[in-house]
Design a protein around this ligand. Structure first.
Ligand code: ZN
Length: 146
């Protein structure tokens, strides 16, 4: 285990409008404001969702698309640093017109109908994503210099 000690900074509320890409919009906001570390949650509805599932045996992602209008039942994510820039990592559960739930790790291509996002800015000892041989993922493994 590796622990990082951070303190809470300002909270940001965003509303995404129809057609905006969830990951692109959160990433652009983080870059524009210079956010290095944050935790966020969201709810609302999407026109389509692009997701992936990580195969823990093959160590590869399996991509899939839900090309329909869906409710966001619950979305959570974080912003940390990868290769010197903000990296948005987010998972969500979606509900369809019949109340069935789907979910996974989100890709770009998840487009808003309307999404409300709360971003909790964090300060202190920011985690940095580094390649991890055990999982095959870019996991929290370092800290920013200084
Ligand atoms: Zn993930």
């Amino acid at each position: 285990m590796k622990a990082y000690r951070l303190t809470a900074g300002p909270v940001h509320l965003l509303r995404l409008t129809p057609g905006e890409d969830l990951i692109d919009t959160v990433e652009r906001y983080a870059i524009d404001l210079g956010l290095t570390t944050a935790w966020f949650s969201y709810l609302g509805a999407v026109r389509a969702a692009s997701l992936r599932y990580y195969d823990q045996e093959a160590l590869v992602y399996r991509d899939f698309v839900l090309d329909e209008h869906l409710e966001i039942l619950s979305g959570v994510g974080n912003i940390t640093q990868l290769d010197g820039r903000p990296f948005v990592h987010t998972h969500a559960a979606f509900g369809d017109a019949d109340g069935r739930a789907w979910g996974g790790h989100l890709n770009r291509g998840t487009t808003a109908f309307s999404i409300e996002v709360m971003i909790q800015e964090l300060h202190g000892d920011p985690p940095v994503r580094l390649p991890d041989e055990g999982t095959g993922l870019a996991t929290w493994g370092g800290t920013l210099p200084g």
